[in-house]
Design a binder for this molecule. Structure first.
Ligand SMILES: *[C@@H]1O[C@H](CO)[C@@H](O)[C@H](O)[C@H]1NC(C)=O
Ligand SMILES: *[C@@H]1O[C@H](CO)[C@@H](O)[C@H](O)[C@H]1NC(C)=O
Ligand SMILES: *[C@@H]1O[C@H](CO)[C@@H](O)[C@H](O)[C@H]1NC(C)=O
Ligand SMILES: *[C@@H]1O[C@H](CO)[C@@H](O)[C@H](O)[C@H]1NC(C)=O
Ligand SMILES: *[C@@H]1O[C@H](CO)[C@@H](O)[C@H](O)[C@H]1NC(C)=O
Ligand SMILES: *[C@@H]1O[C@H](CO)[C@@H](O)[C@H](O)[C@H]1NC(C)=O
Ligand SMILES: *[C@@H]1O[C@H](CO)[C@@H](O)[C@H](O)[C@H]1NC(C)=O
Ligand SMILES: *[C@@H]1O[C@H](CO)[C@@H](O)[C@H](O)[C@H]1NC(C)=O
Length: 905
């Protein structure tokens, strides 16, 4: 998969000098040898419209389909390559049907177990089937006269790659109908999605097989997605046929965004029969082997017989299941503000989750400010603790700047909105007074200092956006420090005084009319490598898309140290297991970035130290760099838009370039062991190796100065877990439920102010008295004291008290009541008042460091109570806001632009 990344182009003298020489030299003082023949110029394949999607079919990666789509017309096209992308033939004709519909392709699928079989979904009345890798296609009409544009989602069964579920709006619905009342969505099952006869029968309409018991499907998934390979020890057996869905019985029932008449059901016989598992369950999502379910607060009969939050104001309550969707528990999620949506991020091991809850704050401006809070799901997916708040969300709540780094566990990058420094030092990135709590040794205080909780609506003036990184699965966040000595390009240097911190673009534009710059990109095939665009800034300044110092950066050690690889933003992709990095100029435009046309593509075979330049015969605006799905061959396809041809000499507007680094450089495949090296992720300060989620990790990579390819048959070993480490508070813990992080401490919220949480009262889960629990997936050796009186996973250490329960924790949790208030206007979690007295007491009891923390906490409490009052004041408009709630949605194929909140995976 290709990614956006940005890189700055060399400016001024430097730039022209190098560009003129065009000798592949990098900007660093490493001497670089050109591996590219001087006269080489790539020729493009032109298409009538720009390429919007590339799909590789089969194990040999030789068959490639390019889907094109017109910018100004609806006309789409299909092109096919049989030589890995070197040459393409137009294939649009093969999809012609006797109809006046214009062709537009929604998606191309190849069967996993037999790549000869392909399915193309069009947006009109037809889909196309091929049993010979696309030599021939047979058109098949969508069932019931439906249109492809009405498909909201399609899912293949992970255990049967020909079982296809299609979630589709009825043909009788007009385009602008809401998904309500007269416009139910059906679920159609094809059990032979790649068989001509199987497909032609029109599939099985599950609304129809339910015998009129189901009028419409709201959401669905294959149960098998909870455990694709059938062997998950902690789960009950999950039938291949299991479908989880949320449905309603009569067409007119579904008329609210969160509707009490929608129920969560499961069926193992394709809805010949089904069980209603959770009344009022509206939307579901399978994440980390759990099922997350949003239950409407308007439910007259709460699923667990405990009261739901104030239903008058609408909203939802989150429930989770850890037994394949049979039983559900209320999740306890501390939610302080109006909730606008969710995103669920699987942890690296695929077993845990981070939940990103979007909210909006009224800043008194015309537009509300959108932001998000990140919560760690905890051991039972039921007790959520706050990991980071005020995460930047793009304009109109589009995307959240939160990225999971692939290939190394426990690392996430997020952008946080913080108040600009204020003169009294109470907010913003001002230097805090006092020393670093705890022995830090590894880096300056400011690297770790994160502002205490603050109320965004109280922020005066433009807030700033700062990048944070965590190496401990969200337990602790910090800034990214860069040193002057490590920056090569003058243009990329920070302005102002050191210390300098690196701020990286997420996928959201940071100003209203901005373009999203290439985001933070990593790939599981290349552990440790990260590319990103961003700028270096002193404290008090943050991310700035218009910064003259906007550069493209690389990290080779999983985000700890960074080097500038180019001035300006670039689009980038990894190939050959990370052994090849490819970049091309980002077409976007801002004040300082020379915008636009790329007349060369750059690649590096030494992890970004030297860049080789390959000339493109026709300059293009690059849209993307794409590679076959597993990213292993040193071959990529660059595609983009050809500048308008004023003389109309050609009607081509799209172009593809085939870059075969192997053919160009003739480098061999690495053969001997000594071409590889072992490495371990460094500590945040770059000195020594750190423990990664509680153990030493050893990874293998090709040496940077050895010119050879990993090759497509390479199997990267590991990462090999070595010696376990003793747990430390800084690297292995997060704040437990009922505690808030401020600076590097977890501060308890006054007990009397916490909501009732039977899961705690029943001692199914014990909150540690020191407010620490072990982060998800961490295997460190527990040393006394780190997590107080618990094992860091909610179990009290003093034996005897917890062990008396029978039936296992799942059964025990069923009785648990954990409350979550979503979009309800009721913020019980925050219903506490820290009086001056309490703060005084705390100052007395605790030491001097704790006193500072306590006063920060006092600050926090004040802010929170002011939120509460404000929210009461606006109770009346809650109904209007409900339209925004789109939680737990899938990226989907919603062709009509109804907003969904994306699930990051
Ligand atoms: C670029 O292509 C990759 C797949 O190769 C895709 O995941 C990504 O979204 C594309 N980026 C853009 C901006 O289209
Ligand atoms: C590109 O096209 C030109 C002119 O048709 C040809 O001379 C050249 O060899 C081609 N380059 C490549 C790399 O095929
Ligand atoms: C289109 O029409 C031609 C000639 O009438 C016929 O041979 C062909 O089978 C038709 N194709 C489809 C997909 O209906
Ligand atoms: C599925 O069945 C329902 C009820 O019988 C019907 O109204 C609907 O049109 C069918 N949908 C499709 C896509 O065939
Ligand atoms: C199946 O998947 C689970 C979790 O992904 C894993 O723990 C288990 O080892 C896998 N079993 C097999 C046989 O691959
Ligand atoms: C950064 O610079 C320091 C010297 O200031 C050097 O010791 C270190 O190796 C450099 N790090 C990288 C990643 O280049
Ligand atoms: C380009 O398209 C226009 C309008 O469709 C047509 O008149 C013209 O002949 C085309 N030019 C070429 C070179 O095909
Ligand atoms: C881990 O803790 C134990 C017990 O406190 C101690 O004996 C041991 O030396 C520690 N190990 C390391 C590597 O620090």
């Amino acid at each position: 998969m290709a990614k956006f990344v940005s890189l700055l182009v060399l400016v001024g003298l430097l730039f022209s000098a190098y560009a003129l020489k065009n000798d592949g030299r990098s900007l660093s003082d490493v001497t670089c040898q050109s591996l590219v023949p001087a006269e080489l110029s790539l020729n493009a394949t032109f298409t009538y419209a720009p390429v919007v999607d590339l799909q590789w079919v089969g194990d040999d990666d030789q068959t490639v389909f390019a889907v094109t789509s017109g910018l100004t017309t609806d006309k789409g096209g299909l092109w096919r390559s049989k030589d890995g992308g070197a040459t393409f033939n137009e294939w649009t004709e093969k999809l012609s049907v006797n109809s006046s519909e214009t062709l537009k392709i929604m998606n191309v699928y190849a069967q996993k177990s037999n790549a000869n079989n392909m399915l193309i979904l069009g947006t009109g009345s037809y889909m196309w089937l091929s049993n010979d890798k696309g030599e021939n296609f047979y058109p098949v009409q969508y069932p019931g006269g439906a249109k492809g544009a009405h498909i909201r989602d399609v899912r293949f069964n992970p255990r049967h790659d020909s079982w296809l579920l299609v979630h589709i709006k009825r043909a009788s619905c007009r385009v602008h109908d809401k998904a309500h009342q007269d416009c139910p969505m059906d679920l159609v099952l094809f059990k032979d999605a790649f068989d001509r006869d199987g497909l032609s029968t029109g599939g099985m309409n599950l609304s129809a097989t339910s015998n009129e018991k189901i009028a419409g499907f709201v959401d669905f998934d294959w149960g098998a997605n909870i455990c694709p390979n059938r062997s998950c020890a902690e789960l009950p057996a999950i039938a291949d046929e299991l479908i989880l869905a949320t449905v309603y019985a009569r067409a007119e029932d579904y008329d609210q965004p969160w509707d009490k008449d929608v129920n969560f059901v499961s069926s193992v016989d394709f809805f010949g029969s089904f069980n209603t598992r959770v009344p009022c369950g509206n939307q579901l999502e399978v994440v980390g082997r759990s099922v997350y379910l949003a239950v409407a607060n308007s439910c007259p009969n709460s699923p667990d017989s405990r009261p739901l939050p104030n239903s008058r104001s609408g909203g939802i309550t989150l429930f989770t299941s850890m037994d394949g969707g049979n039983t559900f528990l209320r999740a306890c999620l501390p939610a302080a503000l109006k909730q606008e949506g969710y995103e669920l991020v699987e942890t690296h091991d695929g077993r845990g989750a981070l939940v990103i809850v979007d909210f909006s704050v009224d800043t008194g401006m015309a537009m509300p400010l959108y932001a998000a809070s990140v919560y760690a799901a905890g051991p039972h997916h039921a007790l959520f603790s706050l990991s980071l708040t005020n995460v930047y969300v793009g304009m109109m709540g589009s995307t959240t700047d939160f990225t999971r780094l692939e290939g190394l566990p426990g690392i996430y990058v997020a952008n946080q909105v913080v108040p600009a420094p204020s003169s009294d030092g109470s907010a913003g990135s001002t230097t805090p007074t006092g020393e670093m709590p705890g022995p830090m040794g590894d880096g300056g205080y400011m690297d770790y200092y994160i502002d205490p909780y603050y109320d965004l609506s109280d922020v005066v003036g433009e807030p700033i956006i700062e990048t944070r990184i965590t190496y401990s699965a969200g337990g602790r966040w910090q800034r990214i420090r860069v040193y002057k000595d490590n920056i090569t390009n003058l243009e990329c240097m920070g302005m102002g005084m050191e210390p300098w911190y690196l701020h990286l673009n997420g996928m959201s534009p940071t100003n209203r009319f901005g373009l999203p710059l290439p985001g933070v990109y990593s790939n599981p095939s290349a552990p440790g490598l990260v590319l990103a665009t961003g700028n270096v800034a002193s404290l008090g300044l943050g991310l700035d898309q218009n910064s003259p110092g906007l550069c493209t950066w690389i990290s080779r050690d999983g985000g700890v140290t960074w080097a500038d690889v180019a001035v300006g933003p670039y689009i980038y992709e990894f190939a050959d297991w990370g052994g090849v990095i490819v970049m091309a100029k980002y077409p976007g435009q801002n004040m300082y970035t020379p915008a636009g046309l790329a007349d060369e593509v750059l690649f590096s075979v030494d992890y970004g130290r030297c860049w080789q330049r390959v000339h493109l015969s026709t300059p293009i605006y690059v849209d993307n760099i794409s590679i076959e799905p597993d990213g292993q061959q040193p071959v990529v396809i660059l595609h983009g838009v050809v500048p308008l041809d004023k003389e109309q000499k050609t009607n081509f507007t799209g172009a593809m370039y085939f870059l075969n680094v192997s053919a160009i450089t003739s480098l061999p495949i690495c053969k001997s062991e000594d071409q590889f090296e072992k490495w371990s992720p460094p500590t945040p300060s770059g000195t020594g190796n750190r423990c990664v989620l509680g153990q030493h990790l050893e990874l293998t990579r090709r040496k940077h100065d050895v010119n050879c390819f990993y090759g497509k048959d390479y199997k990267r070993p590991g990462p090999i877990g070595g010696k376990k480490c003793n747990c430390t508070q800084q690297q292995d813990t997060e704040c437990d439920y009922g505690f808030l992080r401020t600076n590097d401490s977890c501060v308890a919220i006054e007990k009397s102010n916490l909501p009732v949480c039977p899961v705690l009262d029943d001692r199914v889960y014990t909150v540690s008295e020191n407010g620490r629990r072990i982060v998800h997936g961490d295997v460190c050796d527990l040393v006394n004291g780190i997590t107080g009186n618990t094992d860091g996973k909610g179990k009290a250490k003093s034996s005897g008290r917890t062990s008396s329960r029978s039936g296992g924790w799942v059964a025990a949790l069923v009785i648990v009541l954990v409350t979550i208030f979503l979009a309800s206007g009721v913020y019980a979690w925050w219903r506490f008042r820290a009086t001056e007295e309490q703060q005084e007491t705390m100052r007395e009891v605790a030491g001097s460091v704790a006193a500072k923390v306590a006063s920060a906490w006092g600050f926090l409490v004040d802010k929170i109570s002011s939120i509460r009052f404000r929210s009461r004041g606006q109770g009346g408009i809650v109904g209007e806001e409900m339209g925004y709630f789109q939680p737990l949605g899938d990226p989907g194929y919603d062709m009509e632009g109804h907003g969904n909140v994306f699930t990051l995976k």
